[in-house]
Design a protein around this ligand. Structure first.
Ligand code: HEC
Ligand code: HEC
Ligand code: HEC
Length: 133
């Protein structure tokens, strides 16, 4: 290979690499940031013990199942209270319980659901009380 081609070849390689890796560096920091959910509501600040109904990992993975079983209990069995694994008693309700502590639906539930592409239809019927920041 003749030496005077070297610059052109190297420039070509640089342009090629930049083009091929473009999708990786172009999106950096833009797309995959996890949702910033906010737990800091007045009701949660007042809790002596800042815990959800069940432990956080369980809630993250299973809150939809918990809600489905709550609905079942209230609507079909007329049972209105739920005792958590560690013995605390809660009223079973979407607006009446979850949103009493998580008063910031749009910054908590919605942020996570938008990120995950989930659209619960619950709010067609259930009330979303006034948002608290
Ligand atoms: C078509 C209207 C409708 C939709 C949609 C709906 N619900 Fe309900 N839900 C009701 C009604 C009516 C009751 C009974 C209220 C009562 O007995 O006081 C109820 C009761 C409940 C209860 C028990 C008590 C309470 O008031 O919270 C839970 C928990 C519940 N629904 C969860 C959900 C969840 C979670 C979703 C979304 C996945 C949902 N519902 C969607 C109408 C609806
Ligand atoms: C007594 C107040 C209270 C009630 C009622 C409550 N939560 Fe929570 N929730 C909390 C607190 C406090 C945390 C944060 C716990 C921690 O810091 O680990 C939390 C955490 C969560 C998380 C995990 C968030 C994360 O970090 O990924 C989810 C999901 C959740 N709650 C959903 C619900 C749902 C759904 C309901 C109703 C079935 C509910 N919560 C009822 C206080 C509550
Ligand atoms: C940490 C993220 C996160 C938070 C916070 C969160 N959710 Fe979810 N939620 C999800 C994910 C992910 C799914 C879908 C799970 C699946 O499809 O298996 C889901 C599903 C649901 C469903 C079932 C939807 C359906 O149509 O089947 C309900 C109901 C629900 N969430 C209610 C709530 C409520 C109420 C809150 C706020 C109090 C909340 N979630 C907060 C992540 C979250």
């Amino acid at each position: 290979m003749k030496l005077y081609n070297r610059g052109i070849i190297i420039a070509g390689i640089v342009v090629f690499l930049a083009a091929v890796t473009f999708p990786f560096w172009y999106d950096r920091g833009k797309t995959i940031a996890p949702p910033a959910i906010e737990l800091d509501t007045p009701a949660i600040q007042k809790l002596a013990d800042k815990r959800c109904v069940e432990d956080t990992a369980f809630m993250r993975d299973n809150h939809m199942k918990l809600l489905a079983s709550w609905r079942e209990s209230v609507v079909r069995k007329n049972v209105h209270t739920y005792t958590s694994k560690d013995g605390r008693v809660f009223e079973m309700g979407l607006t009446g319980s979850c949103l009493k502590c998580h008063e910031n639906k749009s910054r908590f539930c919605d942020r996570c659901h938008d990120y995950a592409g989930v659209k619960p239809n619950c709010w067609n019927c259930h009330i979303n009380p006034e948002e608290v920041l």
